[in-house]
Design a protein around this ligand. Sequence first.
Ligand code: ADP
Length: 161
Amino acid sequence: MKLAIYPGTFDPITNGHLDILERAAAVFETVYIAVANNIHKDPLFSTEERIRMIKSCTLHYPNVRIAQFDGLVVDLAQEVGASIIIRGLRAISDFDYEFQMALMNRHMNDKIDTVFFMPHEDYTYLSSSTVREIVRLGGDVSAFVPKYVKEELIRKLRNTQ
Ligand code: ADP
């Protein structure tokens, strides 16, 4: 049985992320969702807000933990004793970037492998940035994010205009 980490920005977490998480949690003993502080990406939500949203929709998974990190994913993996990095592959467009990352991470630590999961086809075109844009423009994202996340998006994006 192995520990895995699922790193990402999760700005905010979507049903696509949750689909990948559910598949990973069914395979690995423990899955750490690793939330990147990612200051250079200028996230809409603070790390604390992103973690609060993740917590609210993962409470029912007994083997999911949440961590935040600043540095390299491989260093965090080593720190928590994880030998697997989980990533999601939506379409071919993800492949090139994910392939580079996986090989680079293996170059830095060859004891850590990347495992990819494919989401349900409903989530193939879903991304956090699309969801943010839809809310910004007044659209409904109920099919793409949990209710609490939708409310947080509306609070953040519509009250500031
Ligand atoms: P990052 O900034 O590291 O890309 P994201 O939060 O955007 O962080 O994504 C984290 C991981 O989740 C990535 O592997 C990404 O491909 C995957 N992912 C994001 N959205 C989906 C989705 N709709 N279906 C499957 N995987 C997804």
